[in-house]
Design a protein around this ligand. Structure first.
Ligand SMILES: Cc1cc2nc3c(=O)[nH]c(=O)nc-3n(C[C@H](O)[C@H](O)[C@H](O)COP(=O)(O)OP(=O)(O)OC[C@H]3O[C@@H](n4cnc5c(N)ncnc54)[C@H](O)[C@@H]3O)c2cc1C
Length: 392
């Protein structure tokens, strides 16, 4: 009987398993994860789940689903090594599993500033356990310092403000998310957060922390000391590939793979935040950290394992929710020379399209979910797809 092993039990692995079973695959499936929970959804953890009295269960499927679909879950046991030739994975417990088909889907982990995790009131936000600790810290009137004005930092700021927390964000760049939004919309985003009572300080670094086991203040690069009760380090994420260091796989900002997730090792695929896929639209490898990509890559790997036609790769897209308003983004706005906006950003009801010459490269809709299908069509034309090369 064919065997399938999924390493890392997040969204990509879950969508891969679902697709395999839906397509009639009857292989012996084992899913291994370092976390104690079965696969769960992460986006709510920086949004509505964080404002509930208790962080709710965001499991993608109930426990019975795994029994019904004959999926053997091994939880709380991290993978430590992979031998590609024999298709063998070692776990921290000492167990080893060999399989005909392996999906690498260990996601990404929050980056930490060296030494900052030594404090009892230090937080990151990646897992359910992180969300529970952070939720307990968000008491009305308390002071939260957030280092980094990326999506996680900004979403937590919005949720924390709703809970009556005093929030300061420190951002090294002069405006948040400049690479994604550019000057005009980055400035709009900053002003929006300030109007909601966030003390957003851009263009300043972090020099250290005052305190012994518990940090009492954050010291900025200009010497300013910001008193705090808790702090969140939200300076980005890195692919969880350390455990593959001796595997011999091509790893460069994630595990390099084709557009359907095949690595250069036979029988081994990669998907989700830890994978660096060949992107036909960009004509180069590209790693994303977005929900829709992880889900699509998990499905694509399953179809490829079964020898089914891959469905067309999705347009890069993600969403975010802040202060009850949805932000949706399509494409890659880094490669752009102008932005056309329809609507007034200050009313939180607008859309924008970035162009490179005459070619639309990216789009955003704020408070306009119904605009998305039409915006998607802008990118559907074949001339917006570059070289069809498909490399590992
Ligand atoms: C708080 C938060 C909010 C987000 N909000 C949004 C959003 O609004 N919109 C959006 O598009 N995206 C959002 N994302 C990103 C999105 O959730 C991720 O892109 C998606 O979860 C990636 O799926 P994955 O399966 O690759 O990885 P993950 O979901 O991270 O799952 C990987 C799993 O593998 C485990 N693992 C790691 N190392 C090992 C090992 N050695 N052995 C075994 N298991 C291991 C991890 O612990 C984890 O359980 C958010 C992410 C977070 C953390």
């Amino acid at each position: 009987m064919t065997s399938t092993l999924l390493v890392g039990g997040g969204l990509a692995a879950q969508r891969c398993v679902e697709t395999l079973r839906r397509e009639g695959d009857d292989s012996r499936i084992t899913l291994v994860c370092d976390e104690p929970q079965r696969p769960y959804d992460r986006p709510p953890l920086s949004k509505e789940a964080l404002s509930e009295p208790e962080v709710p269960d965001t499991s993608l499927r109930p426990e019975e689903w795994y029994e019904e679909h004959e999926v053997n879950l091994i939880l709380g046991d991290p993978a430590t090594d992979l031998e590609t030739g024999s298709g063998t994975v070692w776990l921290a417990s000492g167990a080893q599993h060999s399989a005909d088909r392996i999906l690498l889907s260990t996601g990404s982990g929050a980056k930490m500033i060296p030494g900052f995790d030594a404090f009892t009131n230090s937080h990151v936000l990646r897992s359910y356990a992180d969300a529970r600790l952070l939720r307990d810290a968000l008491t009305p009137g308390s002071k939260l310092a957030i280092i980094g004005a990326g999506f996680i930092g900004l979403e937590v700021a919005a949720t924390a403000r709703k809970l009556g927390v005093e929030v300061t964000i420190i951002e090294a760049e002069d405006i948040p998310l400049r690479g994604l939004l550019g000057q005009e919309l980055g400035t709009w985003l900053a002003e929006w957060h300030r109007s909601e009572g966030v003390d957003l300080r851009c263009g300043t670094g972090v020099a250290g922390l005052v305190g012994d086991r518990t940090a009492e203040a954050l010291v900025l690069s200009d010497g300013t000391e910001l008193p705090l009760d808790h702090f969140l380090v939200a300076v980005g994420a890195a692919p969880n590939t350390q455990w593959l260091a001796s595997s011999g796989l091509n790893i460069e900002n994630g595990v390099k793979c084709t557009s359907t997730g095949q690595t250069e090792a036979a029988g081994i695929w990669a998907a989700g935040d830890m994978a660096c896929h060949w992107d036909e639209r960009l004509g180069r490898h590209h790693r994303t950290e977005h929900w829709e990509a992880a889900a699509a890559e998990g499905r694509a790997a399953a179809r490829d394992m079964l020898g089914l036609d891959p469905k067309p790769g999705p347009m890069s897209s993600f969403w975010s929710d802040m202060y009850g308003t949805r932000i949706q983004h399509l494409g890659h706005s880094a490669e752009t020379d102008r932005l056309e906006v329809d609507g007034d950003p200050t009313t939180l009801d607008f859309q924008g399209v970035w162009f490179n010459g005459e070619m639309p490269t990216a789009a955003i809709a704020v408070g306009r979910p119904r605009a998305i299908p039409a915006l998607r069509k802008l990118f559907a034309t074949p001339e917006n797809i570059t070289t069809p090369k498909n490399e590992v």
